[in-house]
Design a protein around this ligand. Structure first.
Ligand code: SF4
Length: 209
């Protein structure tokens, strides 16, 4: 009996794909790729159970083969793929390998909290076109209470990413988090980040059901 072919490249814990999203992440048609795993524990996370379940593991080539049915849409509209989550940058090595297969014709977005080790940010800066950073808050205590994580890590990574990728490739999302922060906190965070050279912001309200 022939041996099974070896599966090459890092494996990605795929939860689901969502195709034909129109102008959700900038221009063009995109496919959202949701992967398992996140270092944070946000109070209002709606995906927690999903993120921790066993997910199918796919290689970069296997994922590409599933997505290429939309190649023409991506090329014609300037779209591509968005790695979401969970925490997409946990899989920065996978994204780099995926980029090696899809080339530059597809744009790649990553939705991230940046609550990851610095080397993953460095890897992602090489292979992701646009970052959508959910920084949550710049108040250390509120961040800890809401996410269980360390705001300094996320902020330091955000500043590093700006140096590596440039502010024009970064959209910073600053939510109003009911029972945790205020509009004044939101505006304060925006003002601090604008002082540091960021220019693209999305201030919005978490809707708690
Ligand atoms: S960063 Fe996102 S996926 Fe992770 S726990 Fe928070 S809301 Fe959930």
């Amino acid at each position: 009996m022939d041996a099974m072919p070896e599966r090459e490249g890092p494996l990605y814990p795929l939860i689901t794909l969502s195709r034909h999203r129109m102008e959700t992440d900038g221009e063009g048609v995109t496919t959202l790729i949701a992967g398992a795993g996140c270092p944070l524990r946000c109070g209002y996370c709606i995906n927690r159970k999903l993120l921790e379940k066993d997910a199918e593991r796919v290689t970069p080539r296997e994922l590409y083969d599933r997505l290429k049915v939309d190649d023409l849409y991506f090329r014609a509209t300037g779209g591509g793929v968005t790695f979401g989550g969970g925490e997409s940058l946990l899989h920065a090595g996978f994204i780099r390998a995926f980029r090696g297969i899809c080339g530059d014709a597809w744009r790649i977005w990553a939705e991230t909290s940046l609550a990851v080790p610095e080397e993953l940010v460095r890897t992602a800066a090489e292979c992701v076109d646009h970052f959508i950073v959910d920084i949550k808050t710049l108040d250390r205590e509120i961040y800890r209470a809401y996410t269980g994580g360390d705001m300094e890590l996320a902020l330091n990574n955000l500043l590093l990413l700006k140096e590596l990728a440039g502010p024009e490739r970064i959209l910073v999302r600053i939510p109003l988090i009911p029972a945790y922060n205020t509009r004044a906190d939101q505006e304060h965070a925006r003002a601090l980040l604008a002082e540091k050279g960021f220019s693209q912001f999305d201030l919005f309200d978490y809707v708690v059901r």
